[in-house]
Ligand binder design. Structure first.
Ligand SMILES: [Zn+2]
Length: 309
């Protein structure tokens, strides 16, 4: 969450769910355990789609969406794995959006993954991501890193090259002491190895998802580091652009945030979604499917007619 990359946090955020090891809080809807936001090696996750689905099944998840950043590459593999576990699988994606010079994430659910509008839109974002990687590689080579792009690609494997890969190169080549310094001195906006990127417009991302018969969810409203006013503006802009749902319960929200988000959603006619944003087993404080139920009598995205399996 936050940026389009995952960087390990040293300390778990306390959201009340992690105090008891093996805690079994779950988003239940009658007998279902639902998790509609998770990442695989097709973007910046640590597990292959098959391994991720197996882990979700082990955790008791019964309705699951794979939502890699700007790609649907893992969906076929994940669906096949889900079938073997008797799990309900929902097509998912997390689209990067630039709004008011800030990055927002729009989770798409239950769309036709072969729809050409969506495929073309995602292709432009993947190209933008590759261009950015090449620009950052050129910049860190000027700082003394050798063969930056091929080495970053080797680290990423089939997944996306992300800024933490370049941070690792800066450390390996002795230019930075640690990840924190690499970002602070070189990779963050305004520093010498930063490369800006223009993601999709909010209206475009929502438009592609609707063209593909899917549902648009504004991901983790508390995950952008916004003030309350900016959070409300983002939710209002998302709703005005045709968005359908707001992610209320995530792996790092506390109940107060969930209640606040549910109130914001109701104000703008958005229904609620839930998703852990799981990236890696090292995030031991964040379990697949370990999410609270939506607050009160909030309408759930899985009751939307378009939420077809
Ligand atoms: Zn995510």
């Amino acid at each position: 969450m936050r940026a389009a990359i995952w960087t390990p946090r040293l300390k778990p955020q306390t959201n009340g769910l992690q105090t008891q090891p093996g805690s079994t809080h779950r988003t239940c809807d009658h007998t279902r355990v639902i998790d509609l936001h998770a990442h695989s090696t097709c973007s910046d996750g640590r597990l292959t789609p098959t391994a991720l689905v197996a882990r979700a099944a082990e955790a008791g998840v019964t309705t699951f969406a794979l939502t890699d950043h700007d790609t649907v590459d893992g969906l076929d593999e994940a669906r096949t794995a889900a079938d073997t576990h008797g799990m309900t699988f929902i097509n998912g994606v997390e689209i990067s959006v630039t709004w008011q010079r800030r990055t927002l994430h729009v989770v798409g659910l239950a769309f036709d993954s072969r729809n050409p509008s969506l495929a073309n839109g995602l292709a432009t974002l993947q190209q933008a991501r590759r261009d950015r990687a090449a620009r950052i590689a050129a910049k860190i080579e000027k700082l003394g890193v050798t063969d930056a792009l091929p080495r970053a690609q080797a680290m990423a494997g089939d997944g996306q090259i992300t800024r933490p890969h370049f941070a690792r190169l800066l450390i390996e080549d002795g230019i930075c002491r640690d990840n924190n310094q690499a970002f602070k001195k070189h990779l963050r906006p305004g520093r010498d190895a930063h490369a800006a990127i223009e993601w999709a417009a909010l209206e475009s991302a929502i438009g592609w998802l609707h063209a593909a018969g899917g549902i648009a969810v504004l991901a983790h409203p508390f995950g952008y580091g916004f003030s309350g006013a900016w959070r409300q503006r983002a939710i209002a802009a998302f709703a005005a652009a045709g968005g359908d749902a707001l992610e209320i319960c995530t792996g790092t929200t506390d109940r107060q945030q969930e209640v606040t988000a549910a109130r914001d959603a109701a104000q703008h006619g958005l229904v609620g979604s839930v998703g852990s944003d799981f990236h890696a087993p090292e995030q031991f404080w964040l379990g697949l499917g370990r999410l609270r139920a939506l607050p009160g009598d909030m309408n759930a995205v899985w009751h939307d007619a378009r939420f077809k399996v």
